[in-house]
Write a protein that binds this ligand. Structure first.
Ligand code: IVH
Length: 678
């Protein structure tokens, strides 16, 4: 018996919306993409033959949508307010807010602390989502707070935003929250723009705001956007939870994305703790935040506190140091990287940005610089967010004192005078000097000595600089000829430190094959590829003599990587470096390759590490897991096999519990590895 199209369409909508929630909001997909696509096509087909069955909550509506000629104004049912900002980024900011709240509530020192909800202040743009009978009917920007703009069809392209709420939805529910762009998506977007020689975007917030006001929804889809809910607009037919924390839980239960980094704090101390804890984690978050928002948790108290003109008295934004600052561009230098790439670097009048002092920032390449129109002496905007290197995002319009010539890339390498060549479609300039170039040699040496490579403690920036500049070490093998006397003769080097370095060099002589391969700095060979190579070939010799075809058999190795490895070992001078390293006593621990029959109890398992383990460092734990055949991932999903949690485990642990993923401690991990102590 065939199902009526109306019924089938409803089924498909429900299924697709369910899977979209698992995929976008919980990051825990249950259905392969191809299966999702199949259901999606089936629904599209039904809707094409029965247009009357098309509903606004249909997942197919995320991708359609016509080009508009302009955005329509929307009058907000409840004005979208702004919030008082506390610019004192120290704990004084929280104390001032708490003192104000207590005074306005008429509390004295004898009264108990006020309960607050503290959450992140997302750096995006505010959005009002209107759901009627559970269906998303309108999305509007904040505008001037009274009137915004209708951006419904663009918001529909945001996978995280449910087109239909889960569960028993109120007659009217307006959800307020922030549309934002993740930092990695922003970087990818800019990297693509750079490769194409196109204009780059200034920051994730502006990019998100620009995208959401696009008239062509197809363009919006190319700018991946996300959303977090944090409040309400108009509500009809719903008993609003009694606390803000309860409200956020309820919104999450409706299927809306709510950020997990939030707490309820009893009194000001908890607010300060949260503000500080998140400051320490700010760089590690996948998106920009510009502060913490504190809200009086109880709705009843919120109502008692009320509003002063346009801002609630019960909430405050406690800022963090800005991630963008204006300073003066003093000079432009050219830096030569490990692979010989020339990068223009801005020397700046020191400025405090994103929590640290910055005096250099990247200008990426000449073409981008020209487009941004920056010249020496200009006032420029510096952005430093996350662990990305600080960059110059543009110039502040203004007059220039006198004629300043346009910057040009040097024709000869500023370090070794070798010819500079243009590569990658003409976008990059590269020194052709190879390891003859001291700059490349220094970078190669630093990479070689790095913690994840040969791990030679004490061989850092300053020492490498001295060794190469003084001509003491000319190549990687030369490092192993260093003696205490030679090192101790260097500027500011005590005998004891010299001995430590010699010891560290000695200790580094027995790396795993994977580390050794990684340390050579072969282009395209990162840590993961190096591990795969070691696992696949087992011996150094086999890697060095592998043909491109053989290299292509290694998981994750594609034609570009294979070619790069093959070319590297085809150069006699690279082979010579390897041979000299071996002659100096470096002996990579070879694994038995695919024939390896050591037990690999974690084969096919994905583990997530969180918190501090009692005896193992994160790197050690990761190495053990990988040796046992397992993979370590940075985020918890339904596919995670185990979460290994230590002291001060945070949101990953919470998520594991929410998803029912097994959680183990260090002893549990060791048991998995078959290392359990009897
Ligand atoms: S609450 C009545 N919570 O910051 C209170 N705002 O001026 C309304 N924002 O335009 C705001 N994260 O776009 C609130 N967790 C958060 C927020 C947040 C970001 C933005 C919002 C608003 C601005 C405050």
């Amino acid at each position: 018996m065939t199902v009526a199209p109306a019924q089938r369409a409803a089924e498909l909508r429900a299924q697709l919306n369910h899977h979209a929630h698992l995929y976008y909001v919980l990051d825990a997909p249950e259905l392969p993409d191809a299966e999702y696509d199949k259901l999606f096509s089936e629904l599209q087909a039904i809707e094409a033959t029965h247009p009357e069955l098309l509903t606004p909550d249909s997942p197919t509506q995320r991708v359609i949508g016509a080009v508009l000629s302009g955005l329509t104004p929307v009058r907000h049912a409840v004005p979208m307010l702004s919030i008082t900002t506390e610019t004192d980024t120290t704990e004084g900011g929280a104390m001032a807010f708490d003192a104000r709240v207590r005074r306005e509530l008429g509390l004295t020192e004898a009264d108990p602390p006020v309960a607050y909800a503290a959450e992140l202040k997302f750096d995006g743009l505010a959005m009002n989502l209107r759901y009627e009978m559970g269906v998303l009917v309108q999305a509007a920007t904040r505008g001037d707070g009274e009137t915004g703009e209708d951006v419904t069809q663009n918001v529909r392209t945001i996978g995280q935003i449910p087109l239909r709420l889960r569960g028993d939805a109120p007659a009217v529910l307006e959800v307020r929250g922030e549309v934002y762009m993740r930092r990695d998506d922003f970087e990818k977007l800019n990297e693509r723009q750079r490769e194409r020689g196109e204009k780059t975007f200034v920051n994730p917030r502006n990019t998100a705001a620009g995208a959401i006001r696009q008239l062509d929804p197809a363009l919006v889809r190319q700018r991946p956007l996300c959303f977090y809910a944090y409040g309400l607009g108009e509500v009809q037919g719903w008993d609003i939870p009694a606390t803000h924390a309860g409200l956020l839980d309820a919104l999450a239960a409706f299927g809306l994305p709510v950020n997990g980094d939030r707490v309820v704090a009893e009194g000001v101390r908890g607010l300060i703790d949260f503000h500080q804890a998140m400051a320490a984690r700010r760089d590690a978050l996948p998106f920009d935040i510009d502060g913490i928002v504190y809200k009086v948790n109880s709705r009843e108290l919120q109502q008692r506190l009320g509003f002063k003109t346009r801002e609630p008295r019960w909430a405050v934004a406690h800022k963090y140091p800005a991630q963008e600052q204006v300073t003066t561009l003093l000079a432009i230098d050219v830096q030569v990287g490990r692979t010989g790439k020339l990068t223009p670097v801005a020397r700046l009048d020191q400025v405090f940005v994103g929590g640290t002092t910055v005096s250099n920032a990247t200008l990426h390449n000449v073409f981008e610089m020209r487009r941004k129109g920056v010249r020496v002496g200009d006032k420029v905007i510096i952005r430093r967010a996350g662990d990305v290197i600080p960059e110059v995002v543009g110039r502040v319009p203004g007059e220039r004192a006198s004629y300043v010539p346009n910057f040009r890339m040097p024709r000869a390498c500023p370090v070794c005078a070798s010819e500079v060549v243009r590569e990658r479609g003409g976008m990059d300039h590269r020194c052709s000097g190879g390891v003859f170039c001291p700059a490349q040699r220094k970078q190669a040496m630093l990479h070689f000595a790095g913690r994840r490579a040969m791990d030679i403690e004490g061989l850092g920036d300053k020492l490498v600089e001295q060794l190469v500049d003084a001509g003491i070490v000319l190549s990687l093998p030369g490092l192993y000829k260093l003696g205490v006397a030679k090192l101790a003769a260097l500027d500011r080097m005590a005998e004891k430190s010299a001995q430590n370095i010699v010891d560290a060099l000695e200790k580094s002589k027995a790396p795993t094959l994977a580390r050794f391969l990684f340390s050579l700095g072969i282009r395209q060979v990162g840590e993961t590829t190096a591990k795969e190579l070691a696992r696949h070939f087992g011996t150094l010799d086999k890697v060095m003599t592998a043909s491109v075809e053989q290299l292509l058999e290694v998981p994750d190795v594609g034609p570009i990587v294979a070619a790069s490895i093959h070319t590297f070992f085809a150069q006699p001078h690279n082979v010579e470096v390897v041979e000299q390293l071996l002659a100096a006593g470096v002996a990579p621990k070879e694994s038995a390759g695919e024939a390896d029959d050591r037990p690999r109890p974690l084969l096919g398992k994905t583990l997530v590490l969180t918190g501090t383990l009692p005896t193992l460092s994160r790197d050690e734990a990761q190495a053990l897991i990988e040796e046992a055949g397992g993979k370590v991932s940075g985020s918890v999903s339904k596919k995670t096999s185990y979460v290994i949690a230590g002291e001060e485990a945070g949101s990953k642990l919470e998520k594991a519990r929410a998803l029912g993923v097994a959680v183990l401690d260090e002893a549990g991990l060791k048991a998995l590895l078959g290392q359990a102590q009897a």
